[in-house]
Design a protein around this ligand. Structure first.
Ligand code: COA
Length: 259
């Protein structure tokens, strides 16, 4: 499939997806959101891909937020629809059964920070900056930011960032547990690929079940321990479990099945 606002290329069994609107610092309009939805559907259907890296075009910005020229025309009902649509697409990323790494190559503001937070892992370049500046525009974070930021860094710092709109550096984001690692920008994609290569040696089924179980931790009305026990049992349905345990006992590398 071809895209207007994205590029997708294969690197070592990884889908490298680049949001490509550099003239507006890769801001998210409805077309970008629709294409992010579509590209994850495409990747899910292609067993050749074992994981995903999401990044932005250029060396200045990952994503500088929702497209403000589009936001400016919102009314109360259309804003609710836009928010729910963005939330659904970002939830699709968070619940994606293959590991997804955000390679944050510059500004991750507003919807850009929210998009990075929906990914399973975040690697930032040294020049990356994170922030939730929505209240400057008289609006609030609407793509899950009020929820995910609070869960990831705690209420105290989340409210500080959301209410003051202070931007933080990549190093500060790492200190808050918002990113997994900070590297020079020319090593960003290689670092993300190396992290994914470690995951690819594991059972894909077990990775998918781990993502689901960890996400259950943040769902209301769900007993995460029940989900964990069910998924622990579910792994035993699949040959990867037999292969993983047998390979350990036979002192050889396991050969797991793609899903
Ligand atoms: N939506 C639409 N256009 C955006 C944008 C956004 N979120 N962020 C940047 N742009 C556009 C700018 O309007 C500018 O367009 P122009 O060249 O036609 O004037 C271009 O991208 C470059 O941005 P500019 O502001 O000139 O770069 P800068 O280096 O001076 O500042 C930022 C960078 C990220 C600090 C600044 O662009 C900014 O504050 N962006 C908005 C961030 C935001 O509020 N996001 C949350 C939205 S809910």
């Amino acid at each position: 499939m071809s895209y207007q606002y994205l590029t997708i290329e294969e690197r070592n069994r990884t889908a490298l997806v680049t949001i490509n609107r550099p003239d507006v610092l890769n801001a998210l309009n409805t077309g970008v959101i629709a294409e992010i939805d579509a590209v994850f559907t495409e990747i899910l259907g292609n067993s050749n891909y074992k994981g995903v890296i999401l990044t932005g075009a250029g060396q200045k910005s990952f994503v500088a937020g929702a497209d403000i020229s589009e936001l400016a025309a919102l009314t109360e009902p259309t804003a609710v629809v836009l928010s729910k649509r963005g939330q659904a697409v970002f939830a699709k990323i968070e619940n994606f059964p293959k590991p997804v790494v955000a390679a944050v190559n510059g500004f991750a503001l507003g919807g850009g920070c929210e998009l990075a937070m929906a990914c399973h892992l975040r690697i930032a370049s040294e020049n990356a900056k994170f922030g939730q500046p929505e209240v400057n525009l008289g609006i609030i974070a609407g793509y899950g930011g009020t929820q995910r930021l609070t869960r990831l860094i705690g209420k105290t710092k989340a409210l500080e960032l959301l209410l003051t709109t202070d931007m933080i550096t990549a190093a500060q984001a790492q200190g808050l547990g918002l990113v997994n690692a900070v590297v020079p920008i020319d090593q960003l994609i290689e670092t993300a690929l190396a992290m994914l290569q470690k995951c690819y040696k594991k059972s894909p089924r077990a990775l998918a079940n781990t993502i689901t179980a960890v996400n259950a931790c943040h769902e209301t009305g769900v007993n995460g321990y029940e989900v964990e026990a069910t998924l622990f049992g579910n792994c035993c349905h699949y040959s990867d479990f037999k292969e993983g345990t047998t390979a350990f006992l036979e002192k050889r590398a396991a050969q797991f099945q793609d899903i």
